[in-house]
Design a protein around this ligand. Structure first.
Ligand code: SF4
Length: 199
């Protein structure tokens, strides 16, 4: 067994914050050393937890549509990595929506898993947690509008939950300007597979 496989087995067996997870641990991620695109997201939702497949819900459908990818393309680990801020479904927040990603997860696993992505070209920062982790505190809408500032390394995006439909309606520049650029950046990163990685 390789070090990579051993690490992934350890992550899959993790129960470090099991007491705080209403449905128990079920770490969800997709990873391969050849992936050139990383979807850095928040935490799996309840449907993804039930299926065992990240983004197997309406948020995933919306994200794939934004990215211009089919399910087969999105779930190809050789090309696309999916690594949320926390790997297990955190349950519901008291005020509605999902609870924040569990804070125990990132220090345990994130850097070690990111080290397994040497071919990475483009990281999609999906939602406020991923944006703030990578870029520090800031306003999501401003960052998405100013996406060109963060290229070629990062592409800021809202979380594709049902709430994003309202946000997209209020910000028509997202579909007119941001999504075409997102799809171009993705095509470029996918086409770069096998070439020299970004320094
Ligand atoms: S959320 Fe992360 S730290 Fe908690 S059990 Fe799942 S993998 Fe382990």
């Amino acid at each position: 067994m390789t070090e990579f496989d051993t690490l992934l087995d350890r992550v899959r067996a993790c129960s470090a914050c099991a007491d705080a997870l209403p449905l128990g641990p079920r770490p969800l991620f997709q990873l391969s050393p050849t992936a050139t695109i990383l979807v850095a997201s928040q935490a799996p939702g309840a449907k993804a937890h039930a299926s065992g497949i990240p983004f197997s819900d309406q948020s995933g459908e919306r994200l794939r549509e934004w990215m211009g990818l089919s399910e087969a393309q999105f779930y190809d680990p050789a090309r696309i990595a999916i690594l949320p801020m926390a790997l297990c479904y955190p349950g519901r927040a008291s005020g509605g929506g999902d609870a924040p990603p569990r804070p125990e997860c990132m220090p345990l696993w994130r850097d070690r898993l990111l080290e397994q992505l040497p071919a990475l070209r483009l990281t999609l920062l999906v939602g406020t947690y991923a944006l703030n982790h990578a870029l520090g505190p800031g306003a999501m809408t401003d960052r998405v509008r100013d996406f060109r500032r963060y290229l070629p390394r990062y592409f800021p995006l809202p979380h594709p939950s049902w709430r994003s439909r309202i946000w997209v309606g209020r910000n028509p520049w997202f579909e007119a300007d941001v999504l075409p650029a997102l799809r171009s950046a993705i095509t470029e990163a996918l086409d770069s597979a096998g070439t020299r990685p970004r320094p």
